[in-house]
Ligand binder design. Structure first.
Ligand code: GLN
Length: 194
């Protein structure tokens, strides 16, 4: 990369620090979005080329997005084509609907998410699987969702045991697993190339 890509990482709750460390390591210019002014200042400085929605608790994150008045600003930028990468809870925030929860959040991506899809107790595991365009990568799942249904122009990027765990729709990338925890930078590189 000749010029640094500027990436905002939503930091109201969850695993934002790990994403930041990984993206910094790849030479991106990262900053944390904790409140509305972080988003506005970054846009004014011309410095927002992508956004990361980290793992954590989607219900809490969705509530904070609204309370902190970040919801509309983030949603409209995604709709305007800004690249976004949602992991785990971030996937749930982007989903058009959630099959086992009446909550609805940003709803920008044509996927139906299944929350805590692997069960609450035994829901954390590690595996390796193929990721379209990258190859075999390590995958850590923590009380993860999977994608029940992908429609419109959503491209499925990875499946584990017949369940969709990574997908892309134009400027939107989601993974049900946590590449930021595995020391393998290839999914983050894929995102930076978007
Ligand atoms: N189970 C969480 C939720 O529903 C997601 C878990 C995660 O992000 N690691 O929001």
């Amino acid at each position: 990369m000749s010029e640094k890509v500027s990436i905002g990482i939503l930091a109201v709750q969850g695993a934002f620090a790990e994403h930041r460390a990984m993206l910094d390591g790849l030479g991106a210019d990262t900053f944390l979005i904790r409140q509305k002014k972080d988003l506005e200042e970054s846009v004014q400085n011309g410095g927002l080329q992508g956004i990361v929605l980290p793992g954590g608790e989607s219900t809490v994150q969705g509530k904070l997005l609204r309370e902190l008045d970040l919801f509309d600003g983030i949603k409209s930028r995604i709709e305007d084509g800004m690249p976004v990468y949602g992991t785990c809870a971030g996937l749930i925030l982007l989903a058009k609907s959630i099959s086992n929860d009446s909550a609805q959040h940003l709803q920008t991506m044509s996927i139906v998410a299944n929350r805590n899809a692997y069960g609450r107790q035994l829901g954390s595991f590690h595996t390796e699987a193929q990721f379209e365009g990258i190859g075999e990568i390590p995958m850590t799942f923590i009380r993860a969702p999977y994608i029940d249904k992908a429609y419109d122009d959503v491209q499925v990027l990875s499946e584990v045991d017949g369940k969709i765990v990574a997908a892309r729709q134009k400027n939107q990338l989601v993974t049900a697993f946590h590449p930021e925890l595995d020391g393998d930078t290839r999914v983050h590189e894929y995102f930076l190339n978007m």
